[in-house]
Design a protein around this ligand. Sequence first.
Ligand code: IVH
Length: 661
Amino acid sequence: MDIRQKIDKLKQQIRHHDYLYYVVAQPEVSDSEYDKLMKELEELESKNSELITDDSPTQRVSGQVIKDFKTVKHSTPMLSLDNTYSSEEIIEWYKRLEKIIPSESFEYVIEPKIDGVSCALTYKNGILSLGATRGDGENGEDVTLNIRTIKSIPLKLHSEIPLFEVRGEVYIEKKDFQELNKRITPPFANPRNAAAGSLRQKNPEIVSERKLKFIVHSYGSIGGIKDFKTHIEFLKFCEKNGLPTTMKNLNVVKKINDVVDKCKEWEDEREQMLYEIDGLVIKVNLLDQQKKLGFTMKSPRWAIAYKFAAKQATTKVKDIVIQVGRTGILTPVAKLEPVECGGVTISSATLHNFDEIKRLGVKIGDTVLIERAGEVIPKVVKVVESKRTGIEKKLEMPEKCPVCHKPIIKEKEEEVAWRCVNPLCPAQLEGGLIHFGSRECMDIEGLGESVVTQIVSQKMVSDFADIYYLKKEDFFKLELFKDKKTQNLIGAIEKSKTRQLSHLLFGLGIRNVGEKAAITLAKKFLTIDNLMNATVDDLQKIYEIGPIMAESIVKFFNQTETKKLIEKLKIAGVNMKEEVKKVPQVLEGKTFVFTGELKSLSRTDAETKVRELGGNATSSVSKKTDFVVVGENPGSKYNEAKRLGIRIIGEEEFLDMIKRH
Ligand code: IVH
């Protein structure tokens, strides 16, 4: 097998495993086996950069920051759906169908209505070429670089169909939404906002960390294959091509009364879904009938949305308590008289922050309208002012942290969040330790929430490092901890000492440093000492690290508590190094600018390559530029390079420079 064949085979294998993992959620290989394939492909590609193609699984995340999202015109308008809220309205819809096509029977497809962001993906000859948001329906925004990072979206289809434009929803699963909201401030109000906000992120690197997903529900332009007969046939074709659809969650029925029954069944089932759904979409299955039924100005006549009743309820605020999270943020929470809302009993609702309390004007004793957005903690929507009796009490704005009683601050005037910045605050310690032991960090099995809560409340630890100094006898104080359980946890803690530096860095909970950034830092600095000695300037030289992150890293490592913590971890024997395969930094210190179209690789790939080899790639020519690489049809940068006397090289020469690495 030659190298090209080897690369193709690896790509195919990885694509297959991506499909099994991200689309059908039934992986066949372990994470480490998958990583091995990915590493193998990366290695082969880095030695043969001319063989890197845009559809390679290694090329999902572009190192490029998006300046502006370009406007793109949709091939056909992206319409919306008419809404119905009752069985009667569904029957009325059916009567309208019957009127247009009398004496024919219909078959209906009932699909979940995914509460996400509508997007159109265009595949040309089987390769993903465009991802666009719906926008106003006529024109959307080109979000291709962000769409490419979504792992359930294939970069290449199984068939090389000339033109295939699918439409669907980009969304985030409920658990990933909650996870995301723990990491960012301010949090997103609901999963839909999280998906929309993420898609408009200018840094695809950040988008790739957001665990967005995609589901196809319809199509735009299709060319070069024979027509589908039914909607189901279209979905099956998508599935065959590795595109995720609603196939496993849909119903096909022949009678309108069955549609009504299914809609009722779904009211209960909606909670089981991994993602938020705000209703169902009922579609006529036969595409011939769809054509006959056509469209109104706004929506197709052949489909209708059945919206679930809003999950709202009214109840009384018994108290407002203030919770302190892992990052020290104070969150006011309304304690409620228990009330049933969308099938669950609710006894507390988030008020997000103190500005929100002001906006709502909510007081203790108020009657409020609450709403549940999925499995997320319910929120207070508004105060029912007519129910006021005059004895309601305003919440006193705290001056101190309710847990450690140290002063609280607002880091910037424009921020809404108040924080406790005492690194020894037990509330932060508890949340922080749960994070420290989590799978993505030090991966300490058995150090879950309940164990950490007990360890912290019994004052067995005062920082993360203390867990490495706990003895067998200490664990015996915990609920249900006997010999076996203790031995297992001690073993897991011991094993965690060997984790790579990137895991430790993520686990330390440095403000603004997510998992990806931790990996970048670890790979760049290799040891914690190197990182601790880095200045804001050093850090900012790294492409993915911006000024805010650089500042917070330096600030973190300058704190006496951090220095003590790292020392204690070192003495306990925790690994402080990252082992990486070293790519020779042959382009160190050299700045490249690309202009015009390259033949053998995309500009993004070329820039990534430069950065991997230690160089810098920028978008505009200046005196600091060392090389301007000129492809076909170069732009004004070419003239600028000539004017400044910068060295101009062609694609061949550039490939020569990077070839052996
Ligand atoms: S079919 C003409 N199917 O809901 C549009 N749409 O409120 C045909 N949506 O803009 C779309 N789940 O983005 C369809 N299973 C589903 C859907 C779905 C969510 C979105 C879609 C549409 C919006 C209308």
